[in-house]
Design a protein around this ligand. Structure first.
Ligand SMILES: [Fe+2]
Ligand SMILES: [Fe+2]
Length: 710
């Protein structure tokens, strides 16, 4: 039994015990605050009261958690009251940082003692704030009882203040000694219960906040900032573990020093290599326990050092050299491991030079702060580990996607690096749209959407993996595994030397054969539209006979060769065109079969529409402009422009930009590509940026491109 309990009667003690159970069972801070205040009012017969709470880690102000006044019928805060309309009471003067003693509540917070005032109007120093409120509300505050709520780590959690104790007839009287004892006892439970819930809440908020970061790059500085703020540390470093399996080391990742104004985020930067990593093993392969950070990582223990210069346990040569070069004085160190859910070290958090809150002198890190920083590091490690795992998966996915694109490009040297250049063009077009303040002023991409766009561009032709090489590679009409024109020319050659090789007799002169060879060679290229007369001539030439070694005659051209040589446009037959076009359906099927996460869910649509036309005559779905997203329409232009201007296709010379833009404009005029995007492409000079990066200087044969705008 506590001293206070001994002074109270059994009934009151029982009531207090019931309240204690009630408070410890409550998990909601608002409900808890309401219970604390209402029970305190009931037990002390107080007409009104306020419960203030504060952040025990960084107490800056007393916030009104709940305000009750029975006579005035005021109920603000808690779970059943209205919204609190009072502004928090600052604990320190904002100008001179002196403790604010102007109100009873802040005075109780600073003195950490119970304050019992019989009549605030008799108390010269304490009634200024009270009289102001009284004037506004026509209330008369008289007796006040204020108790600071202190947690088990001796930190201020809040202040419980009661006003106007009443006797049985409702007359205002001073708070008696019994009320003081009751409030002290109740305040003891309330402080612990409130502290627990506030800690849980602040940890929950911290975890939610840390989890909201989308990459270690942004998360790490936030962790360090929180850790420095919590421990009042002037400086800090976060090291990340690398090469755990081979040569484990701690890599400097984030460095912050307030005094020296150093703020470095080294993650993934070239500068990171300037900082020597700390090896976890020495040359003998033993744990490196000399460096405090590697000690932490090896032993998974927190180390609190009052003064590095006095330390005999660890080597601080690096720190001393740093101090010498900067004039800084590193003194107190708090170093702790960041452990993931498997209890593996993923990094080390090091805080340097705790500062006294008022004098700003360097002091040792308090023992009280150790469990708090440990808690923070646990949440930080969870969030960080999630990010590292996510990043690993993302890196793997990126590499896999690029691998597929490279495999497609490798399948066809004739289309070279098409799958790698379309993403570049896509980025340029999308960037132009993001920067546009006219037609595309509402178009913008966040980090995730940019990623979705890039993945789509990299994967846009993935279905070509299933396209036979003989079709994909068909650079001439007679090309199968190799160009069949050579065989045709060889047959013609036998005719030219007929009498010596066969028993047949050629009726064609050498010049005629040469002319036929030239005609067929030209027809085989498929560069321009083939006239009907030329197609008829091919069929006619097929009837020429050539003789094999046995003297058996054969037609000069097989049916297969005639059919291919008569392809009116390009090099592909109708069937082959179907096979090629099918790459789009395969692309869509492949992408739709992948369980893309929500952030990448539009990849199949973005990637699968690049052969659609605005008038609905494209393939594979025959979508119209209205049925396609803007990125899908961008992809169509990127795909065409890359294919037109590709400078390394063996069967055609590099096309100048003027011609490519002319073709694109024709496609726009015939409603095949998006007119607004074409205009953006020309106006924003996407073509020029792309040419500067990828094309040959001679392909850039225009200046402004204005002539392609209507
Ligand atoms: Fe394609
Ligand atoms: Fe393509």
């Amino acid at each position: 039994m506590s001293e206070t309990e001994q002074l109270l009667d059994p009934t009151t003690n029982r009531a207090l015990m019931d309240i204690a159970h009630e408070l410890f069972a409550e998990r909601d801070v608002s409900a808890l605050c309401e219970k604390v205040l209402t029970r305190a009012q009931q037990l002390t017969h107080a007409d009104g009261g306020t419960l203030y709470i504060t952040n025990p880690i960084r107490p800056k102000a007393l916030e009104f958690a709940i305000v009750n006044n029975t006579s005035l019928n005021i109920y603000q805060g808690g779970v059943s009251g209205n919204r609190v309309q009072f502004t928090p009471l600052p604990l320190y003067d904002s100008f001179n940082c002196e403790p604010n003693m102007a109100t009873v509540a802040t005075r109780a917070a600073h003195t950490r003692e119970l304050i019992n005032i019989s009549d605030v109007y008799d108390d010269e120093d304490q009634h200024k704030g009270t009289t102001q409120i009284d004037e506004q509300s026509k209330y008369h505050t008289e007796s006040v009882l204020a108790l600071p709520l202190i947690n088990q780590a001796s930190q201020l959690v809040g202040v419980l203040q009661l006003i106007n104790a009443q006797d049985t007839e409702g007359k205002v009287i001073p708070f008696d000694q019994k009320s003081e004892l009751i409030l002290q006892e109740l305040g003891r439970f309330a402080a612990v219960a409130l502290d627990q819930q506030l800690q849980i809440n602040s940890q929950r908020e911290l975890l939610a906040e840390l989890s909201s970061f989308s990459s270690p790059h942004t998360l790490l500085p936030k962790i360090l900032k929180e850790a420095q703020s919590l421990t009042m540390a002037d400086a800090g470093t976060i090291y990340l573990m690398e090469d755990e399996e081979t040569e484990p080391k701690l890599r400097f990742s984030v460095i912050h020093n307030k005094t020296l104004k150093i703020n470095k985020n080294l993650l993934g930067s070239d500068e990171q290599s300037n900082f020597n990593a700390i090896l976890l093993k020495n040359e003998q392969g033993e744990d490196n326990l000399l460096n405090v950070a590697s000690y932490c990582a090896n032993t998974k223990q927190m180390v609190n050092i009052e003064d590095a210069y006095e330390s005999t346990e660890f080597c601080f040569d690096g720190t001393k050299a740093f101090d010498e070069s900067t004039g800084y004085r590193s003194q107190s160190f708090l170093t702790l491991p960041l452990l993931n859910h498997n209890n593996d070290v993923i990094g080390v958090l090091q805080l340097i030079n705790a500062k006294h809150p008022k004098t700003k002198e360097t002091i040792p890190f308090s023992k009280h702060i150790e469990p708090l920083i440990k808690g923070l590091s646990t949440y930080a490690a969870i969030a960080l580990n999630n990010q590292i795992l996510l990043q690993d998966h993302k890196n793997l996915l990126d590499a896999f996607i690029k691998c597929i694109a490279q495999a497609i490009d490798a399948k066809s040297p004739h289309t070279s690096a098409h799958c790698q250049r379309v993403p570049l063009l896509m980025e340029l077009i999308a960037q132009a749209a993001c920067e546009d303040d006219a037609v595309f002023r509402d178009f913008n991409l966040n980090e995730d959407e940019w990623y979705e766009l890039r993945v789509s561009a990299w994967m846009h032709d993935c279905g070509k993996l299933a396209t036979p090489d003989t079709v994909l590679e068909k650079s001439t009409k007679l090309h199968t595994m190799q160009d069949g024109i050579d065989l045709v020319l060889a047959r013609l050659g036998t005719l030219d030397k007929g009498p010596t090789l066969t028993n047949g007799q050629t009726t064609l002169s050498h010049e005629e054969i040469k002319e036929i060879a030239e005609f067929l060679t030209s027809a085989n290229k498929g560069g321009e539209f083939m006239k009907e007369a030329d197609q008829d001539r091919v069929k006619e030439l097929a009837n020429i006979q050539w003789y094999d070694l046995d003297g058996t005659p054969h037609p000069l051209l097989s049916d297969f060769e005639v059919m291919n040589l008569c392809i009116p446009k390009g090099t592909l037959s109708v069937d082959e065109r179907k096979i090629i076009n099918n790459h789009m359906q395969v692309t869509i099927d492949m992408l739709e079969s992948l369980p893309f996460p929500k952030k990448l869910r539009r990849v199949p649509e973005f990637a699968g529409g690049h052969h659609e036309k605005m008038d609905g005559s494209g393939f594979p779905k025959g979508l119209t402009r209205e049925q396609m997203s803007l990125p899908a329409r961008m992809m169509a232009i990127a795909d065409i422009f890359e294919a037109l201007t590709a400078r390394d296709r063996p069967y055609k010379p590099p096309m100048p930009i003027s011609q490519a833009l002319r073709i694109l404009r024709n496609m726009k005029d015939s409603n095949h590509i998006d007119p607004d995007l074409f205009e953006l492409f020309v106006r924003s000079k996407v073509w020029e940026k792309y040419a500067d990066m990828v094309l040959l200087p001679e392909q850039k044969d225009i200046e402004s491109g204005q002539e392609y705008l209507n």
